[in-house]
Every structure is written in C-alpha cells, then in structure tokens.
Design a protein around this ligand. Sequence first.
Ligand code: ZN
Length: 664
Amino acid sequence: MLMSLLVTMTVSAGNLKGVDRSNLDPTVAPGENFYQYACGGWMKANPLDPQYARFGTFDQLAENSREQVKDIITSLGTSGRRGTIEQKVGDLYNMGLDSVRLNSEGGTPLKADLDKIARAQRADFVKLIAWMHSGIGAPFFNSAVMSDLKDSNNNLLYLMQDGLGMGDRDYYLENDANTAKVRNAYSNYIGQLFQLLGYKKGAATKAAKNVMKIETELARVAMSREETRDYSRLYNIRTVAQLRTDYPNINWDEYFAGIHVSGVEKVCLFQPKSLAKVNELLSTLKEEQVRQYLTFKYADAAAAYLSDDYVQANFDFYSRAMSGKQVMQPRWKRALNVPNTLLGEAVGQLYVKKYFPADSKKKMQRLVDNLKVALGEHIQGLTWMTPKTKVNALVKLNSFTVKIGYPDKWRDYSGIDIDKSKSYWENVLAARQFEAAYEYGQLGKPVDKDRWQMTPQTVNAYYDPSTNEICFPAAILQPPYFDPSADEACNYGAIGVVIGHEMTHGFDDQGRNFDYTGNMVDWWTKEDADRFQELADKLGEQYSAEIVADDVHANGKFTMGENIADHGGLRVSYSAFKKTDQGKGTELIDGFTPDQRFFLSYANVWANNITKEEILRRTKVDPHSLGVNRVNVAIRNLEPFFKAFNIKAGEKMWRDPAERVAIW
Ligand SMILES: [Zn+2]
C-alpha cells in the first residue's frame, strides 16, 4: 500500500533560482486569495492544452521526464539483439507507433481469447476470472500479494472488491446530473465496444445493459472510499476452509491454481460483503450475462492497444467523458507509456545514468536529515500528546528507511519475450502477465524491502507504512522542487515540504496505526488517540467546507491522510527552513522576504489548470485535495503565513487562531 504525493505524475523547467514573478497575479491581494496571487500568472500563461484534463507544474516536470525517456528509447534504435533489454524496450515502443499495422489488425489480436470466453460455461468461469486477474483486468473482484499488515516481514494474499469500470461506487449510485452524464457515457462505451467486436446494435445495447447491471450490483455492496481508509475494518483473516464454506460458488483450488499460487492457508479478505455478492452472482446470473461481462472486461483492457476505432472509443469515455480531455495524446506519448511502465526499471536504469547527478543523492540526504530533526522537535513539543506516546512516535521517526534516486538492485526482465511477429496487444499482455506472475510469486517469500514501488523516472514520492519507508525517485529531484543552486526558501518550500509530507504520512490517520517495524499495532494511549481524532476531524471540516464545483463539496474524510501530510509537511519544513542562515535572516531576494519566498514556492508547486469534469472525477477517486485547497486551506493553519503577507482579520484568507489546527 502506498501513500503518494499525487495520483498521476507529471515542472517548471526554467531557471528557478528564486521566486519567478511571472507566476504571480499582482491584481489579487495575498489576503484575498493567496493561490490566485501566487499562481495566477502561471495559470494565465499556461492555458489548458486540450490533451490534458489537468496541467500543473508537476505535469510540466513529467513532460520533461517523458521527453528524456523518449530520447533514451529512440537512441536505442531498432538494432538490439533479440533478448536484450534494448530490443525489448525498443520493439515495444516501435510497435505502439506502427499505426498501419495496428489499423490493419483491428480487433483480431483479441480473437483467440474472446473465443475462449465465448465457449465458457458456468464451470469454467472461476478459471477465467483467475486468468484475467493475472495481468488482464479485475472482473468481479481482485487479489494481490502484499506484506501482512500485522506481520510486515511476510507476504499474504489479499482479496478485495473490484470489477467497477468507473472506479468508485458513487458513479453507479448517485443521481446528480454530472454523475448521470458520466454513467450514460459509460453505458454507451460498453455498447460501442460490443459493436466493434461484431455485435449488432440491438444485441450490443442489450449486452451493455447486462454489464451495467452486474457492475451496479457490485457497487451497491461495495465499501465507500472513506470506509476503505480504515485498515482495521479491512483486516479480516480467513482460512481457505472458511472461504470454501462461505463462498462455495468460487472454486478456490481453481482460483489459486489460476493465479499460480500454491500452499495458501489463509488470506486477508478486505470486504466480505462484496465477495458474498460475487458468490451469489456466480450462481444467479445467466451464463450469457457472465460471458458478456468477461468479454467487455477483456476488450476494455485491450482497447488502448488496438486499432484507432478502439482507441478512440476508449478515449471518448475514460478521458473525455470522465476527465474532460478534448484531444488524445500524440501516438508517441501513448506508445512510450508502455515500456516506461511495463519495463519501468529497465528504462529507469538508463534514465538515471544519463539524468541523475550523483551528488543530488547526498544533498537530498542532508535535507531529509534536517527535516527529520525538525519533525522530532515538533513531536517533542506537542502539547496534546503524552510523553509515553511521544517516545513511540520518535522511535518510529528514527526508524524510517529513506530511498533516494534509484534502487540499489534492479529488476530482472529476462523472462519477458517481446516478439515482433506477434501483435502489439499480445506483447503488452505477455509483459503484463510477467508482472502479475512476479507479484503473485512473492507469496511464500519474505517481503523484499529493497524493492521500489515507483520507477526512478516517476515525478512523485511515497511513504509505505508496512516498510516504514519514504522514497524520492530521481525525477522529482529537479527544479522547481529541488535545485542545489537555488534559494534555500525555494528548496524548503518545495522539496522540503514534499519530504515532510511523506514523513507525516507515517503519522496520518492511516500511518499512525503502524509501528516502527511496519506492523499494524496500536502504540497510542487512548487519550492521545482521542485527541488526535479530534484535531483530525477539525482539519477534515476545513476541507469539507470547500466547494469544488457546482454544489459539490470537497471530501475531507476521504482526503484526510493527504491533508494531514500537507499540514505536517508545511509546518515541519518551515521549522527546518528557519534553522538555515537564510531562514534566520531578513535578506530580500526579488523583493520578497525569506518567509514570503517559502510560501510562494510552496504554492507554485500546486499551480495548475483543470477541467470541471476532472475536478468532479478526482473528488470521487483521488485521495489528494485539489491544488487550490492544498494551498489555501493548508497554509491558513500557519501563523507565519499571516505574518509574512501581513494578512489581518476581515480579509478572506484570514482564519481566527481558535479555528486553526496544529497536529504535527
Ligand atoms: Zn501523500
């Protein structure tokens, strides 16, 4: 499980040695709307390109990273010897570019597998579901191997709710106009895929109805996104004997054989209610309905790797209807994502060799150490926490594993064969199946604590409570996040807050339930836990009060962990900054005080433009708050912010001291 900085990845290149005045909107006072003041110039200068649903400084960096990866891949050429990593990466990329071949093949690459689904009878369904879980998709439910939440050195098989193409149950259950519009578009997309597969219009509409019916039934019993944040509710251990008794319509021996795991004695079942529904559906649905659902799930997984008609249908729903993107990304970007993801560490190895300066690691380590000291002092100084819990919190802080740049040990991709005589989809599928086999293959082995859960070329960062590790891939260690030659205020306002953010995840509403070894253990006194909850609820209310679009509010409960992480990150990085010579001083750079530069630098990280559709989608599925709220809601809990910009009671950005929250 991961708590990341962002859901998607993607900065202002440019020479950011201090605050870039062109990012500002001087027509708006900082006390009126700080986000607009700090980022308005950037937003105006970077109108949303129609190939994006959201574009911010983050996305700018991701674009740079993508260009760098493209240079690496194109310089590999097409001459790689069969079986070398260069051949695999190069061929996979080039196959994605070959529109002539893709369009001449149409849907034929799916034929053999879809025939297999078409011939299936009730007794075959579980085998097919297991096969699809191994690299294709997640019909009905899903499974994964991860460390045992209560025994972090050992892996465990997890079973979880899934099967919803729109991702969150609310898309199926809410009836406001925006949600109904997306749902309608989904139903049309399903019908369209069936037509592309050769169904007549009437039959395709009927099949789409069946798929919607199955997904809606799954949505009705699914846990809400707020409920899924509570790991104590998710941790339900079941023996295989119990699974056989409770869910007899799922042949568990066939299921485990299908995902290639053996010797399973127990599993962790996140949502028993959802699995009960799957068990029921597998006997009550007509065979034809199950075949249609599996057929759609397969075609949906493959659509982006087929001819233009499939790709367009897929784009029109997931990107246009759900996110408000108007234009598809150019083919090279879509093609690049495939090796960049499926052979991610192979590309990453080439990336860091060329783009990651060796001394960045040392400089970053120093920043991390400074942040650690500051967070330790904050913990010691907390007025709401008892000394007993503080000791445990400090032990946890001092046990963080820090990963910077790239892994010490790289993944081995020798088991993947990329074969140009086969179709693009067959190769993509082979690579996905290889990845799934690798993941399921961790069962029965001790947890590999050296592995990375993001590639080095990813512009993001994460905290993992089960390993108690913070990780900063190479690609985020560039301007405007991190620039060894830049103003300290800018580094602490950007990468400093990112470091503090990831550290604070170890102490957010989820992370605090894990101890220094990564086990889910309650190390809190009851009174400290109650006080934490009170403060967290107060923070949550600040976010829930914000309207994101129309009459839809932000969801402070669902975004709680990320908001606490932003909150802690800002406070701790500010304290660390105040220990530097520059932070202690009063020197003006570009006309701004050190504190002003710190807050402006922070705000600029979240400068973005975003479509209304994407705002509504993210409010349903993204545990991170919108950029505007990550700035305007978060910074108003910090006294130095009001002082830095001389903001007084009566101004819109003002928040009374009694309404402010200080957790970490
Ligand atoms: Zn985060």
